[in-house]
Write a new protein. Structure first.
Ligand SMILES: [Zn+2]
Length: 295
């Protein structure tokens, strides 16, 4: 008799625990599903979005290419990247074809809404091939347009947080404008300076600074320059008295160094805003660095 009661009691306890556990799991699921899940393509988009969504509690932002320091324009999508879109609501990209894999995401997860941050940019630089150079964010003015576009589209999709998104964007844009204004004299002094650039990411930065760039297109593969190209660059620099060579911080510097040795030029390693410490001011600090590097 007693044994029977013990068994029944244990069974009842197990059932009760089971109900509680399942109930909590469901609750967690509901809570998870309430969150707006945003995936950004790469670092600049991540920093923009983190600033815009700052302090909004029911939004989760993750960066697809989080451990990648290079440019998204030569990124190969991995299976685990695609998995990140399983529960996502929004994908925020640079656009203009930079994320060549976007169609794969749309095909696999048609429920994901795409925000193309560069949609509103019309003043574009064309490369020799005729393609648009889509590294817009190195110009603060373009960067601001991209922040605005993300904030507007995000506000349309998630109207209950629209005021916060717009307010955050305004605060951020104000900081970006202050940054630009504080380097007004520096920008003025750089006007007309000629540089050789081995990295196409900086074309928009140079446009802002009034720097005349002779771009040697490398598609972010600085090591791929032929001996002939290197020789032509050296001749051009000697002819036109150019004494600055530009690469990005994470670029292969072998060719730049070789050219510098031949010409006595200085190699400047700029920050392209494509990697960093994930802090909200990451982009602002990178641009400060770029402004201050020139003498
Ligand atoms: Zn690129």
């Amino acid at each position: 008799m007693n044994k029977k009661y013990v068994i029944i009691t244990i069974a009842v306890i197990i059932v009760i625990i089971g109900i509680i556990v399942i109930g909590n799991l469901n609750k967690e699921n509901v809570k998870e599903n309430d969150n707006l899940k945003i995936v950004t393509s790469f670092y600049p988009m991540y920093i923009m979005t983190m600033n815009i969504t700052n302090g909004v509690e029911d939004v989760q932002v993750s960066n697809m290419a989080e451990n990648y320091v290079g440019c998204i324009h030569d990124y190969t999508l991995k299976t685990e990247d695609l998995k990140k879109f399983e529960n996502a609501n929004i994908f925020i990209e640079n656009g203009y074809g930079m994320e060549a894999f976007s169609q794969k995401i749309i095909d696999s997860y048609p429920q994901v809404k795409i925000i193309e941050s560069a949609k509103g940019i019309t003043d574009v630089i064309k490369e020799e091939s005729g393609d648009v150079n889509a590294h817009f964010w190195t110009s603060i003015d373009n960067y601001i347009l991209q922040v605005q576009e993300i904030a507007n589209q995000l506000s349309n999709i998630d109207s209950k947080n629209a005021d916060t998104y717009k307010n955050n964007a305004n605060i951020y844009i104000q900081k970006l404008n202050e940054l630009k204004n504080s380097y007004e004299d520096k920008i003025e002094s750089l006007k007309g300076k000629k540089v050789i650039s081995l990295n196409e990411s900086f074309s928009y930065l140079f446009k802002t600074l009034g720097i005349e760039e002779i771009l040697i297109e490398t598609d972010h593969e600085q090591s791929s320059l032929s001996a002939e190209t290197v020789k032509n660059v050296i001749d051009k620099m000697n002819e036109e008295n150019i004494n600055s060579i530009i690469i990005a911080e994470n670029d292969n510097e072998q060719n730049a160094k070789a050219i510098a040795e031949e010409t006595g030029a200085k190699v400047y390693k700029l920050k392209d805003g494509m990697s960093g410490d994930n802090s909200l001011d990451s982009y602002i600090n990178d641009m400060k660095y770029n402004f201050e590097i020139f003498d």
